[in-house]
Design a protein around this ligand. Structure first.
Ligand SMILES: Cc1cc2nc3c(=O)[nH]c(=O)nc-3n(C[C@H](O)[C@H](O)[C@H](O)COP(=O)(O)O)c2cc1C
Ligand SMILES: CC(C)CC(=O)C(=O)O
Length: 387
């Protein structure tokens, strides 16, 4: 079957959800995130595509992240004035055009020569935030230089050598990053079978740019060995207090999957929680993120921002996450496919598609603004049969 993107070139979806007749950009040919994934698969070397696409082990959590969204049903509402649906929102005082933000993902120059810089440009142009990975192929300095004073958020992997991590925190704070996202679900890297088979390594000429000065910038022994050598599997909740003590930036904890850990995060001073199973790349057969969100939301009770990632491929997925208590979402692979297909324009296309779909689904459920969205828009058979 020819799986070239559908040629609906006469129909573009823009930020305000208007359908127009202008074919302005080749990226407009893509009408779904799935089409962009298929195009990326054709364009990227197998080793790179497999690294980006894979989950761990049998990849059941990877699949479940997407499937669980499909099982949740939304309630359509009629005759509500939805002529002015807005996806605008705010996080830590920063205005955003959308609750869709960009997840940290490593080594973006494997997807496109401009890598992290193009992703950042797209995020800024769309009015949202990119989270830069510790393991980026562009340095925190170069990303900051490119950003007109607001490079977005920074994701931290805490290394065994705390001095390396502390120095990096100081660097990003000085460079104007607005928040620190500390990833806590990676004491070791999950077993991604394809990476073993492909003997994954960074292609020649690419480096982990934040660690060049420490000679920690290549992956000669492979990714698993690098992570096993560098990352501290002895990290505990107490270390969150250490991190809080060395920075004035908001600290978000990424990788919370149960109410108990949400309670620990609150107790130890987290400024935000990211419900995440690392895109199904760590503990296989753990639940989907959307399934665990309601219980975590109950613990957080709106005290600090709550964000979800994992499996978001449609605007309706985002609406469901917001309904179950998330303030915003992060998207990972959709951005990877966008960057691979068309650099900055590809990432913009992904943001446009997902935000337009979100806007439509808000209109169909009678929601005019992000803060109006509650669990009432989720179909619950028992509730509706009783009415
Ligand atoms: C190729 C790839 C690289 C990633 N790199 C990082 C990383 O460096 N740091 C991190 O905290 N999470 C990383 N993640 C996890 C993402 O931040 C995010 O949790 C996940 O991709 C969300 O799921 P989704 O891809 O289904 O949207 C990575 C994910 C992928 C797919
Ligand atoms: C370089 C990797 C450790 C980045 C990552 O978090 C991932 O591949 O899931």
């Amino acid at each position: 079957m020819n799986s070239a993107p559908a040629k609906i070139i006469n129909t573009t979806i823009d930020k305000s959800n208007q359908f127009t007749n202008k074919a302005t950009n080749p990226m407009d040919a893509f009408v779904t995130v799935a089409e962009m994934k298929e195009e990326a698969r054709k364009k990227l070397p197998k080793m790179v595509y497999d690294y980006y696409a894979s989950g761990s082990n049998d990849q059941s959590t990877l699949a479940e992240n997407e499937n669980a969204f499909t099982r949740i049903k939304l309630v359509p509402r009629s005759l509500v004035n939805v002529s002015k649906v807005s996806t605008k929102t705010k996080i830590y005082g920063q205005d955003l055009s959308t609750p869709i933000m960009i997840a940290p993902w490593a080594m973006q120059r494997m997807a496109h020569p401009n890598g992290e810089l193009d992703t950042l440009e797209a995020a800024k142009e769309f009015g949202t935030i990119m989270t830069l990975s510790s393991l980026s192929t562009t340095s925190v300095e170069d990303v900051s230089k490119h950003s007109n004073g607001n490079p977005g958020w920074f994701q931290l992997y805490v290394f065994k050598d705390r001095k390396v991590s502390e120095d990096l925190v100081k660097r990003v704070e000085k460079l104007g990053y607005k928040a620190l996202v500390v990833t806590v679900d990676t004491p070791f890297l999950g077993k991604r079978d394809a990476d073993y088979k492909n003997q994954f390594k960074l292609p020649n000429g690419l480096f982990l740019k934040n660690f060049e000065h420490l000679l920690l910038s290549n992956l000669e022994g492979g990714l698993n060995q690098y992570m096993a050598t560098m990352i501290d599997p002895g990290l505990t909740w107490k270390d969150l207090e250490w991190l809080r003590s060395i920075t004035t930036l908001p600290v978000l904890v990424k990788g919370v999957m149960c109410p108990q850990d949400a309670a620990e995060a609150l107790k130890h001073g987290a400024d935000g929680i990211i419900v995440s199973n690392h895109g199904g790349r760590q503990l296989d057969t753990s639940p989907s993120t959307i399934e665990v969100l309601p219980a975590i939301s109950k613990v957080v009770q709106g005290k600090i921002p709550l964000i979800l990632d994992g499996g978001i491929r449609r605007g309706t997925d985002i609406l469901k996450a917001l309904a179950f208590g998330a303030n915003a979402v992060l998207i990972g692979r959709p951005v990877i496919w966008g960057l691979s297909c068309g650099g900055k324009d590809g990432v913009l296309r992904v943001l446009n598609l997902l935000n337009s779909e979100l806007q439509l689904s808000m209109a169909f459920t009678g929601m005019n603004s992000i803060h109006e969205i509650t669990e009432n828009i989720i179909w619950d058979q028992n509730k509706y049969i009783k009415l």
